[in-house]
Design a binder for this molecule. Sequence first.
Ligand code: 5AD
Ligand code: SF4
Length: 443
Amino acid sequence: MTEPKKLFIKTYGCQMNVYDSERMAEALGGQGYVETKSADDADMILLNTCHIREKAAEKVYSELGRYKTLKAENPDLKIGVAGCVAQAEGEEIMRRQPLVDLVVGPQSYHRLPELEAKARNGEKALDTEFPEEDKFNHLKKRPKAKRGPTAFLTVQEGCDKFCAFCVVPYTRGAEVSRPAGRVLDEARDLVERGVREITLLGQNVNAYHGSGPDGSDWSLARLIWALNDIDGLERIRFTTSHPNDMSDDLIEAHGACAKLMPYLHLPVQSGSDHILKRMNRSHTAQSYIRLIERLRAARPDLLLSGDFIVGFPEESEADFQATMDLIEEVKYGYAYSFKYSTRPGTPAAERPQLAEDVKDDRLKRLQALITKQQREVQDSMVGKTVSVLFEKPGRFAGQMVGKSEYLHAVHVQGADLPAGTLAKVRIDSSGANSLSGTVQDSL
Ligand code: 5AD
Ligand code: SF4
């Protein structure tokens, strides 16, 4: 028997990259690779890269530079770059860093086995095409190995919104939805392997419109209702959504669908209508607030999370204040905030930019507000009973950690619960980044 070859994948960026890395490892599994946790003993290193904010490409080049000695020690080592930097830079990567044997864009992962064979043959292998077909259909079926209780499942890729700051429409291409039947098959397969919670992924997931087994177009809500019928699947989540695609059936599902968790990531980016317009967001602060009201009417305990960009071109102190006011009004359970960073090829990159110290100052103030809010929302869980899906042992002996329906990390002590157990937990205290509680009963 030949020794399996070792594959080291380093994943940057979003959850979609986490999912893609899993699928790439499976595809290369068919070529005799097993995953390793260290680059040092790898036969192949794959960097799955992110291009969303500045310096991402520079980070990739400096990481690649670190592999020089490894390649000198092991000339058979193959080095590949995947993900959005691969898409954006293409051949340029091989020119700048001759160590790289393989470059593959996010829409070409089904061609990895061929590309790997080419690289093994000593040739440079590159594919950054946008083929029409569903790349996941061509990837090997997931093997039946047991896995943890939570999983990501990509249902939609790409984006047609063209927000003025964002590279996604260029790196991931136009919006494409996977057929519903394939998503359901993959979900059933995951459940057979021990998964109890699935997070549906898409850059613009609520714009999902995959063809259904009946030939009609299915909305995301319809897909969620079909997933709701899968025995053994207990929880459904989805991310990331655009306010303009929050359709009535999806809002309704938040109130009616038992397995859909009361958590929604709904980025607004800014609270100023002028800035939203310049960002090409095609919604206003008021229409966003009204949407939140409708969602909360359907599901009063819905926990909201958001993304914010500060220091976008033309953002005045009053515009920034409007964002702070919106945050005060919505009250977020989680929020992610970023300083605007210019992305080559996007419209806003060409505009006059704000001074760095202004951006730094605004980011600091915004983060102070959301940290306070997050903590208040988390603290408000004390005394409540939540449902927890336990995932793994905690840092201390006898401790288990899981996530509540609101995505808060919850620790319990001394309960004998295997991973994958769903239990009612009374929350006793709230710490820096997690809650602690006592198991009431297993579900
Ligand atoms: N600069 C700063 N933040 C950005 N995001 C996307 N593009 C940029 C950029 N050029 C943020 C948005 C998005 C999140 C994934 O990343 O808030 O929702
Ligand atoms: Fe980027 Fe999201 Fe806007 Fe699409 S909707 S362009 S992914 S920020």
